[in-house]
Design a protein around this ligand. Structure first.
Ligand SMILES: NC(=O)c1ccc[n+]([C@@H]2O[C@H](COP(=O)([O-])OP(=O)(O)OC[C@H]3O[C@@H](n4cnc5c(N)ncnc54)[C@H](O)[C@@H]3O)[C@@H](O)[C@H]2O)c1
Length: 255
């Protein structure tokens, strides 16, 4: 029970890495807020946790909407009285190409650029902006931001996504510097290719899965690979770790 009595908000916990993290956190004793804009997915995850004997609350929120974020944080505090962990995980990516143009800079209209940055970068800023004052009052907290290997190198073809993920890396460092004195740790995970709905379309392209598995560990990542890293960073086992940018990519970035 490594997160016994801790309250954890996980954004985008209705699918993929956020969902896997929600189950892992709950199994370790955390009370989990499933903060998700997809109502069906979010309530399914929260119900599953409760059915298995855990404690979870689904709150519908679009992380790019300030009023909704404020309301989500207020509801968390009303319900659980504290916030110990925040996993800024929600994002849109390659699966959102029907709504947003995921392309190179010249091909990206400003409205799509703004929408992608609005969720993938501003979302982490906004949720942190409302959670941090509570963590400061408690004088403790762990924030984990989910970036990407795109945050570290120039993976072409989704430039707004990549710029947002680079922003998440920098945001992590500056938050770690600013809020360490309040007992708050801020770390960042950079996943490699992870088998989730976000890249389901891409995985159907012949050769993509094999290319994704061409890393030293020799397989594509699973959502639990990220969940386990987030879990460690959330616990007091990581109490001397802050400002870290952690690739969880099967060694891909080492090559
Ligand atoms: N899958 C990969 O290969 C991969 C690689 C690197 C980084 N990532 C990052 O990992 C994180 C999790 O992605 P995933 O692979 O689990 O994808 P996913 O699509 O399975 O899950 C993302 C979840 O976020 C939710 N979401 C999206 N926008 C939201 C918003 N505005 N408000 C609230 N919820 C919102 C979605 O509804 C979904 O449930 C993302 O930050 C993503 O950029 C993914």
């Amino acid at each position: 029970m490594r997160l016994q009595d801790k309250v954890a908000i996980i954004t985008g916990a209705g699918s993929g890495q956020g969902e896997a993290s929600a189950y892992l956190f709950a199994k370790e004793g955390a009370k989990v807020v499933v903060a998700e804009w997809n109502e069906e997915a979010g309530s399914r995850v929260a119900q599953k946790i409760v059915k298995e004997g855990g404690d979870a609350l689904f709150i519908k929120v679009d992380v790019s909407n300030e009023d909704e974020v404020r309301a989500m944080v207020e509801e968390t505090v009303r319900h659980y009285g504290q916030i110990d962990v925040l996993f800024n995980n929600a994002a849109i990516g390659y699966s959102a190409t029907s709504r947003y143009k995921m392309d190179s800079l010249l091909e990206t209209p400003l409205k799509d650029w703004n929408a992608i940055l609005g969720i993938n970068l501003n979302g982490a800023y906004l949720v942190s902006k409302y959670v941090l004052p509570i963590m400061i009052k408690q004088n403790r907290g762990s924030i984990i931001n989910n970036s990407s290997m795109n945050g570290m190198i120039g993976v072409s073809g989704a430039d707004a996504y990549t710029a947002a993920k680079g922003g998440i890396v920098s945001l992590t460092r500056v938050m770690a510097v600013d809020y360490g004195k309040h007992g708050i740790r801020v770390n960042c995970i950079c996943p490699g290719a992870i088998d989730t709905p976000m890249i389901a379309n891409a995985l159907e392209i012949p050769g993509f899965r094999e290319a994704s598995a061409a890393c030293p560990i020799g397989r594509i990542g699973q959502p639990e690979d990220i969940g386990n890293a987030a879990l460690f960073l959330a616990t007091d086992e990581a109490s001397y770790i802050t400002g870290v940018i952690l690739p969880v990519d099967g060694g891909w970035s080492a090559t």
